[in-house]
Unconditional design. Sequence first.
Length: 506
Amino acid sequence: MMHSLLDDPLLRVRHQDRSVRGQSLPKILHRLTQEDIRSFEALQAHQQQAWHSFLVQVAAMAVARETGGTPPGTAATWRDALLGLAGGDEAAWHLVVADESKPAFFQSPIPEGSLDDAGYKADVPTPDQLDVLITSKSHDVKARRIRHPSPEHWIYALVMLQTMEGFLGRGNYGIVRMNGGFGNRPFLGFANDLSWGSRFRRDLDVLLSERETLSERYTLDGPALLWTAPWDGAKDSAIPLGNCDPYFLEVCRRIRFQEENGTLVCWRSNTKGQRVDAPDSLNGDTGDPWTPIEKSGSKALTLSGEGFTYERLQEIVFEGEYTRPPALQIQETDNNNMYLVAQALVRGQGKTEGLHHRVVPIPGRATPSLRRKSKREQLAQRAQSRVERVQEVQRSILYPAIGTLLGGGDADAIDFDDVAPWIDAFDRAVDARFFESLWASVEMDDSEARRHWESLLWDEAQTQFSDAEDHAPSSSTRYWRARSSARTIFHGAARDTLKYAFSDAS
């Protein structure tokens, strides 16, 4: 056996003193509880969500099942707990295990007897070709970028693949923690600060406190590390979802590593079904502690290529169309000043539509309005009203005014696509200021809050209309008439739509 995550310093970590040292997994878990990790040196941006989730889930299961509910105080105790989680089999924590009847890290035992008998192929030359990044968009990661990978590169890619991947053609099935094969596994949660240690400790506490609530859906002493059981890839060999530990770590692909002449070689084989047997009607609603659930149809959020817009986030935070996951519930021990962290790698059919990562600061003055249900409901109504006001500005002010400007006085002559650049720019400007303005409004009465918001919208609308004037065709004989008509429409519609922006503040 080679490359033990329990004992070998495989993962380079930058510590708080800025030194970089290789660490084993038990030492990493211990140092996370001690707030002594700044970053993981080889971890790529699109892998951070999967790695954080893995660390928290494995820690939660180890603490709940092996240490009586109290996080270990030493790396040695963490090691014992991780080993216990694997049933005492150290092979489960090695990256390379020559005996293919035994498990290896995120690699199931091969009941057929050998790689050849099971149809494995060594056609994954680099870690970049193993994980879920199919094409590059909204990030700077390119396929096959890592030319000389070390074990840590393979470890991060393997965790990413086995816990985040979706359907990629027949024989390549995805995880159960997403809504459909072309969905994604979004991550949303509050954080007291953005350090690895703080987020780890908070989410570990959340998972431990929520564990008993999942006992009706899962088996608390059921399979935890799904790679420890043999898997031949057949449909009838799937593990029933309800038999698993609530925070089970799954494997969606048959992968196996060998070492040849000092180089890691990755083997893979197709399967005839998913590793976890769950009904199609589940729609990804697995109790994942970071995934919002859409109320209509009880299905897991699938983020679109638009990302975490202000419209989507306010629907989630204030539970308009979604039920918040446990990690997005404020805890008694949370700080007043917090962050909302949202991450997702959006997948499409044979492509990646973007890595979306958004952090929204929450100032101390706003936190009480999120803690108390009555205050939260009031703030939810205000947020929804603000979204509706934005839509009114786009529909009733910007579209007719800019359409008239571009159409030589006739808005009907212009397609929406012609006006879209200014509508979209307005929406992006609103997005950048939405939550900052919303949090500031908690100290305002309804009239003052509406006046403040409508004034902001009026300022942004003027910016976009002015830009449209600068880009309108100037050679048309109807130019001046179009500009005059557009200005009349713009100012008249603004006074009708944004009454509070023009009201006397006194």
